[in-house]
Design a protein around this ligand. Structure first.
Ligand SMILES: CC(C)(COP(=O)(O)OP(=O)(O)OC[C@H]1O[C@@H](n2cnc3c(N)ncnc32)[C@H](O)[C@@H]1OP(=O)(O)O)[C@@H](O)C(=O)NCCC(=O)NCCS
Length: 160
């Protein structure tokens, strides 16, 4: 068996069911995307999705979208057996590179205030909290909004 990886590649429509199942494994029921929501994110204008494979198996993916100079992380998912092996970091860096090199000024995301692994990952990669969104994932499930500027001068004002 080939034991290479992780290898990053663009999303293909045939990945859809795998990524949907992965999102449902990676997040609690009330946070994971449903089929319709996931399809709508993947098909929306400005959507980008990158998949990570380890030894030929899909290990994770990152889904972003883009509105002019603002890039937005919709989700970053890594299956449990592949965690703490830099798969998430590689996907994040690839998405940041794609966004910055095509003119985005910043990356923004929302993450559950209780999701310590994710918060640690975002902070390690230079994301800073810019606010708390109450009930973002439903009643009592709050999110931090987090932002990373890529260094270009931005016209967008984000509250500190
Ligand atoms: C969050 C997630 C994407 C991290 O993926 P990963 O491939 O394990 O991340 P990496 O190996 O690149 O970790 C990079 C850094 O993030 C931090 N980190 C990641 N997982 C962590 C954990 N369980 N506890 C503490 N810190 C953690 C560490 O600083 C780590 O660096 P280190 O391993 O050198 O200490 C993964 O745990 C996941 O898919 N979780 C479920 C879905 C989710 O919460 N997605 C993010 C919100 S959209």
């Amino acid at each position: 068996m080939d034991v290479s990886g992780p290898i990053l590649r663009p999303y293909q429509p045939s990945d859809f069911d795998t990524l949907l199942a992965m999102d449902q494994l990676c997040f609690p029921k009330d946070i994971a995307y449903g089929r319709r929501e996931m399809r709508s994110y993947l098909q929306s204008e400005g959507s980008r999705c990158m998949v990570a494979e380890v030894s030929g198996a899909v290990a994770g993916f990152i889904l972003t979208n883009r509105d002019e100079e603002i890039a937005h992380i919709v989700t970053l998912d890594v299956l449990e057996p592949y965690r703490r092996q830099s798969v998430g970091s590689l996907l994040l860096q690839a998405a940041e590179h794609e966004a910055a090199s095509t003119g985005a000024a910043l990356m923004v995301l929302e993450t559950a205030t209780t999701n310590q692994p994710a918060i640690a990952l975002w902070k390690k990669h230079g994301y800073r909290e810019t606010g708390t969104i109450e009930n973002y994932y439903g009643r009592g499930l709050n999110a931090f909004e987090m932002v990373k500027f890529f260094g270009q001068k931005s016209l967008v004002k984000v509250q500190p």
